[in-house]
Ligand binder design. Structure first.
Ligand code: GTP
Ligand code: SPV
Ligand code: MN
Length: 602
């Protein structure tokens, strides 16, 4: 992190007052001490608490006694709690999220942009005195296995104990992180101010050149848990481009077949589109001997090692979508969230248990996510309600999770919600076409982001909201990674979300997705050589997808190519790409032309 010279006179007076408090924390890192002094002088807390690692219990019990956390049924959900966020603050808000670079072009046309100096000025106005009467918490954290050379460190400053509790669950935090930071200046600083929660004055600002994140007037998820989307994706993506690796919005699993052969698979799907569920997949009962172990449910950092690509999970816990989770769709998640879990914005039953749409039969009486009596109300849990659970609670964790090098990646998936057009699965002919698959990712929007639900939007690599720099350069970086890695993973595009004319899902999804993975392992291992070569990639022969629950007719429908539909899709994709002008890579343009020509002659 670069040192900064923006102490203002006004804060300088307060700085004197806080210098002693900061010194008493005995932090050896001089840059961090200066930051803490400055931000304390700006926000003016009553006291400062440095998180060392054993504070979680105390923070939770004080939240409980203040009535901010509700203790759930101790028999069925031991050490678990319900939190209700402000109703105006229930999802990531992309319109308030900014990449702050000196040049607008470096943020690119798909990010909101602000000049770093303006971002700091705005933050100072909104944050001044905002911690008064409160505690300033300092949370040092590590992203990645502690022993990994690929791990990064960060420090989040916040006035919000709910944020601290979540950060302590989803990152490796406390003394071990501070020790790892040592005297290094290479840590990311996040400053979070709960503030008024006024959505009109909400800002989530990223300053990649300073390794700094400033977040104000929100306390929800990815807006406030700054290690997650802000550091591990937006800031890390800038590091990754600079240093030749990949910070991706991907789940990662190790799939082991009955013959003992293991495959590393990563997958990028937009928010609330199936990453966590796929990462926790339970193979269907007739696929005896198939196993899936989790490495990551949301973010993968991938590095080239001896010519292969390896994925680590920067996180230490889940912040997963609750609705839709049940004994059939995701038994492994249900098992993990049965203890030591914070639920946010779910409904509450009369027996003190959490409830959400899709969990099972609706109890006769519920309290909804806003704490109101729910008599016949339409929605009891918020559609973006979530669980925060330590990853060590998860029963099928891969040994690769703690491996400093991570999981070797054999296949990468892209996908998203598309009720029409996009086939169940297709394989890219080569890396460049695979990059085009990712760049062409378009999906129906979900409740994970504030705004309209169900509209198709372009979301390249599921990174539209998370790439910390110009997305055209990001595409070039993907292409470059293809030449850096010799043993390149194969790239696939999947779609679990095709619907029939009645609006029902055609593909059963969840555990059944293992049948698509079975085909992928056959392709990767070279056992399945036949496939249908089409301009949009290689599709499986219908007989090569073993899906007892889906009729042949319906399977054929989701494994076909709608030529005219794809030509229209290409028009829309190209209209999206046109905003990048000359910065858009030539190689990718060639791939588009090849696909278009192929379709025209198809
Ligand atoms: P974020 O955590 O927001 O990044 O989302 P995610 O990508 O992890 O999505 P998640 O796995 O939590 O799934 C979101 C919603 O999609 C849940 O309601 C799931 O039940 C549903 N879902 C996940 N996988 C499938 C599937 O294969 N088929 C269908 N029909 N729904 C699915
Ligand atoms: C997402 O929206 O992509 C999430 C939830 O995973 S949040 O952590 O709020 O970003
Ligand atoms: Mn998720």
């Amino acid at each position: 992190t670069t040192e900064f010279g923006w102490f203002e006179e006004e804060e300088e007076g307060y700085a004197e007052k806080y210098r002693g408090a900061v010194d008493s924390l005995k932090i050896e890192n001089g840059v961090l001490r200066r930051y803490l002094t400055y931000f304390a002088a700006l926000t003016r807390p009553d006291n400062i608490v440095l998180i060392r690692g054993d504070e979680l219990e105390g923070i939770i019990s004080s939240l409980v006694s203040e009535g901010k956390l509700i203790r759930l049924n101790g028999k069925t959900y031991p050490n678990s709690y319900l939190y209700r966020s402000d109703p105006s603050d229930v999802a990531r808000s992309e319109k308030n999220t900014y990449i702050c670079t000196p040049e607008r072009e470096d943020a690119g046309p798909t990010n909101n942009w602000m000049n770093p100096a303006d971002a700091l000025a705005r933050f100072r106005d909104l944050a001044r005195g905002a911690y008064s009467g409160k505690t300033m918490y300092v949370v040092p954290y590590i992203l990645g296995p502690e022993e990994s050379p690929f791990a990064e460190t960060g420090v989040e400053i916040t006035d919000n104990p709910y944020v601290v509790a979540n950060m302590m669950m989803i990152t490796r935090s406390g003394k071990r992180a501070l020790d790892r930071i040592g005297e290094s200046t290479r840590f990311v600083l996040g400053v979070h101010v709960t503030g008024s929660l006024n959505p009109e004055e909400r800002y989530i600002m990223h300053l990649p050149e300073d390794d700094m994140i400033l977040s104000v007037n929100t306390a929800y998820g990815g807006n406030a848990l700054l290690s997650k989307k802000c550091h591990a994706l937006r800031i890390a993506s800038v590091h990754a481009k600079r240093d030749g690796w990949m910070a991706e919005h991907m789940m990662a699993i190790e799939v082991v077949r009955p013959d003992g052969r293991a495959f590393g698979i990563t997958g990028a799907f937009p928010s609330a589109s199936g990453k966590t569920n796929l990462s926790m997949i339970m193979p269907p009962s007739d696929m005896e001997g198939w196993k899936a172990y989790l490495v990551s449910d949301d973010i993968a950092w991938m590095h080239s090692v001896n010519g292969s690509l390896y994925a680590i999970n920067p996180e230490y816990g889940f912040f997963g979508v609750a609705p839709g989770t049940n004994e059939r769709t995701n038994p492994n998640a249900l098992d993990a969230i049965r203890h030591d879990t914070i639920f946010t914005n779910v409904a509450l039953t009369d027996s003190g248990e959490p409830w959400w749409e899709g969990l099972g039969p609706r109890p006769p009486h519920l309290i909804d996510w806003q704490g109101r009596d729910c008599n016949g109300c339409e929605q009891a849990a918020h559609p973006n309600s979530r669980f925060t659970t330590p990853i060590l609670n998860y029963r099928q964790l891969s040994a690769k999770y703690s491996d400093p090098r991570g999981l070797k990646v054999d296949a990468m998936l892209f996908g998203g919600r598309r009720s029409t057009l996009v086939p169940l699965v297709r394989e890219a002919r080569n890396w460049a076409q695979g990059v085009l698959f990712g760049a062409m990712l378009r999906a129906e929007t979900t409740a994970a982001i504030t705004g309209k639900v169900g509209v198709v939007r372009q979301d390249p690599m599921a990174m539209i909201a998370f790439c910390g720099y110009n997305m055209a350069d990001y595409f070039s970086h993907w292409l470059r990674m293809g030449s850096m890695v010799k043993d390149r993973p194969r790239i696939y595009y999947v779609n679990w979300f095709r619907k029939d004319s009645k609006g029902e899902f055609i593909w059963p999804g969840f555990g059944e997705n293992m049948r698509v993975i079975e085909w992928i392992t056959g392709r990767v291992s070279g056992e399945i050589t036949k496939g249908i070569e089409t301009p949009i990639g290689i599709l499986p022969e219908v007989d090569d997808i073993r899906a007892p629950g889906v009729s042949r007719e319906r399977l054929e429908e989701i494994l076909s190519v709608d030529r005219d539909g794809w030509l229209r899709e290409l028009d829309e994709v190209e209209a999206f790409f046109s905003q990048f002008g000359d910065r858009f890579p030539v190689e990718l343009r060639k791939e588009i032309e090849r696909m278009r020509e192929g379709l025209e002659n198809w």
